[in-house]
Design a protein around this ligand. Structure first.
Ligand code: DGY
Length: 319
């Protein structure tokens, strides 16, 4: 009998074919976001789970699946899973690092350029039929050359953003739990800064830290009070790294010129104020959404599940 694996959402076709060849797949009748109790109802007698970053894999779900050996998250972030409980119950959790680094860094850069050059406002103007032609003061934005980019979280994705910023001639500072090796700092042309210095001096701030107890609302009201007046904020990490009300206040009173957001507090619900503000570019959490990356993420998930069920150490254990 092949192992029973609960899969919360359908993956790209080639990955679905490989999963179906290897496992007895358990899925909901409809490919929609499921609640914790709905996941539990389907997964209770499964040996493994393949889950999405939006699935609440809490203690109740994990405790209700006595045969569960592995939760393979189809994401690099694992803040949707109760890691402490999984560890205590002997359930291995895995993620998909590396393969989504470049796609997510591209998304951060796309948002940075889009908000700085007001790309979405321009698109709306052209489509509206109200565009009357070139004008000297129309939709003026900011250049990024020689502007300071402050990267918070200098892991794989933060470093990939720094490499892109080098090509655009930006002045790069970063803040991280640990300072990088000096050779790597030189390679990335990036200088370590305290969080205070980064906030007070950066023209663009890009978030690349995981959501943990230590980073929840890292950018709180006090942080927004310290941010350089007129800076831009880019968030492709997790919405909850930012105090959303404080960010909205800063976007409304000009402390932030704009924001490029891929992630939101409590997503997919959106604060109505976000929809009113012209100076934000909103993406639907599509940082890793390229054909290549989503296929590679599927392969990583497959390898991790297969390894755990075969009694081997998986390539990407978490926690
Ligand atoms: C992840 O995988 O955690 C990212 O949020 C994808 O964009």
């Amino acid at each position: 009998m092949p192992p029973r694996i609960f899969l919360s959402r359908s993956l790209p076709d080639t990955i679905m074919a490989r999963l179906a060849d290897t496992f007895e797949l358990v899925q909901a009748a409809q490919d929609i976001q499921l609640s914790g109790p709905e996941i539990l109802a389907l997964a209770a007698d499964c040996d493994g789970m393949i889950t999405m970053l939006s699935d609440p894999i809490d203690r109740a779900v994990l405790a209700g699946c006595p045969k569960l050996k592995v939760v393979a998250n189809y994401a690099v972030g694992t803040n949707n899973i109760d890691l402490d409980y999984a560890r205590s119950a002997g359930i291995t959790v895995t993620n998909t690092p590396d393969v989504l680094t470049e796609a997510t860094a591209d998304q951060a850069f796309a948002l940075m350029l889009a908000v700085a050059r007001r790309t979405v406002e321009g698109d709306k103007l052209v489509r509206s039929g109200r565009w009357t032609g070139w004008a000297p003061t129309q939709l003026l934005g900011s250049e990024i050359l020689a502007r300071r980019l402050g990267i918070i979280g200098m892991g794989r994705i933060g470093q990939a953003v720094a490499r892109r910023a080098q090509g655009f001639g930006m002045d790069i500072v970063y803040h991280n739990r640990n300072q990088l090796d000096p050779t790597l700092e030189t390679t990335l042309s990036a200088r370590y800064a305290s969080l205070d210095e980064l906030l007070a001096s950066s023209d663009f701030i890009s978030l690349h830290c995981p959501l943990t107890d230590a980073t929840r609302e890292l950018l709180d009201k006090a942080a927004f009070d310290r941010i350089k007046h007129g800076a831009y904020l880019i968030n492709t990490a997790r919405g909850e790294v930012v105090d959303q009300d404080a960010m909205l206040a800063a976007l409304s009173d000009g402390r932030l010129t704009g924001a490029g957001l891929d992630v939101y507090t409590g997503e997919p619900a959106l604060h109505p104020r976000l929809l009113e503000l012209e100076n934000v570019v909103l993406a639907p959490h599509t940082g890793s959404a390229t054909y290549d990356t989503r296929n590679r993420m599927g392969e990583v998930v497959l390898d991790n599940v297969a390894a755990v069920l075969a009694g081997r150490t998986p390539p990407n254990p978490v926690g």
